[in-house]
Design a protein around this ligand. Structure first.
Ligand SMILES: [Zn+2]
Ligand SMILES: [Zn+2]
Length: 344
């Protein structure tokens, strides 16, 4: 994979993707280009030339591999902030099939993070430090989208109980059933993350992505952003998609068996196949802030703006706040005594 530096045909400056307009801007001559312009022969040729000069940065501390365009060169690792990153030439990289382009801007991401912090007075200083917040990066995270076809049957043992009472007896009748359900479900776009470094909990919190926003991959979407190279292949994670499909399939058929006092799954016969895999890139605004030797990850869905992150509490600030509250209460109580005494 490589990152394009599309050059403006008018002035040769580098074009930048604008998440708001979903077009490419030249900041020097104010020209604007759409996807069709980018695919025109002139720009395509430049792109091919440019791709020969693409580099990848590997972090020797955490192992993350980040690809940037030659203007957005990396000085530190987006995950662990280590500056021990080694630049290599990118060779024989698998090209993504699809991409969801960023639809939110860097400013929006910064403002959303500041808003989240401003609501909490006990947040440590580091999280309000403009210098730290400025390190927010737009990163495309690698994902595999699996289409899985699931078909098969489930066999249950079920029973219905009925009780009837008259003057002398209580009669309980139990009827036994063999219940079978069979069906086929085709699951589209089951997402499994191909990144080793991205925090799974943060990713779960900013999902879902709207997959109707998937576009055919074009290198131009990466201009001004980072892209992480996948650390896990589709073969590594395919079983996760199959498991998800299978458990949804079982849930679906199971929900269809109603009206029994109890039911037990006795046999399952399921044929589960991956029909199609796509390698896609999903947009995430990412900010890692180190606090007490530990990184806190903040992420914002670059498509929907949904945010995730756990802000720590500054214990010293909490102590000071508790002391202030104690003093105020003490003063209030003392004043209360005085006014009661005075009234008497
Ligand atoms: Zn220009
Ligand atoms: Zn790193």
């Amino acid at each position: 994979m490589s990152v394009a530096d599309y050059k403006c045909p008018n002035c040769s400056s580098t074009l930048k993707f604008n998440p708001k307009t979903q077009k490419w801007n030249c900041e020097y001559c104010n020209s604007q280009f759409g996807l069709n312009d980018l695919n025109s022969n002139d720009l395509k040729y430049q792109n091919v030339e440019q791709n020969k000069k693409i580099d990848i940065y590997s972090c020797s501390n955490c192992g993350a591999e980040i690809i940037t365009d030659s203007n957005t060169s990396a000085t530190f690792c987006v995950y662990c902030k280590s500056t021990a990153i080694i630049k290599n030439r990118l060779v024989n990289e698998l090209e993504p099939n699809k991409i969801i382009p960023f639809a939110t801007t860097r400013e929006e991401a910064i403002n959303a993070f500041k808003k989240m912090c401003s609501k909490r007075i006990l947040v440590p200083k580091a999280f309000k430090d403009q210098k730290n917040i400025e390190e927010i990066k737009g990163v495309y995270i690698p994902f595999w989208l699996f289409d899985v076809n699931c078909s098969g049957s489930l066999l249950y043992k079920a029973q219905k109980e009925d009780s009837r009472e008259d003057q002398n007896y209580k009669v309980i009748t139990t009827k036994y059933y063999k219940v079978e359900r069979e069906g086929t479900i085709y699951f589209n776009n089951i997402p499994v993350d191909g990144s080793v470094n991205f925090d799974d909990a943060a990713m779960n919190s900013i999902e879902p992505f709207d997959y109707t926003g998937l576009k055919d991959f074009n290198y131009g979407y990466l201009s001004g952003f980072y892209a992480e190279k996948y650390g896990l292949t589709d073969a590594d994670v395919g079983h996760i998609a199959m498991e998800r499909a299978k458990s949804s399939f079982i849930d679906y058929l199971d929900n269809d068996i109603n009206g029994y006092t109890s039911k037990t799954l006795k046999e399952e016969n399921i044929d589960n196949r991956i029909i199609n895999v796509q390698y896609v890139l999903l947009p995430v605004w990412l900010l890692n802030i180190k606090y007490k030797e530990e990184f806190r990850t903040f992420a914002m869905n670059g498509q929907t703006g949904k945010m995730a992150g756990n802000l720590p509490i500054d214990k010293l600030k909490m102590f000071i706040l508790a002391v202030i509250i104690f003093i105020l209460l003490f003063v209030a109580v003392v004043l209360g005594f005085y006014s009661v005494g005075w009234c008497l």
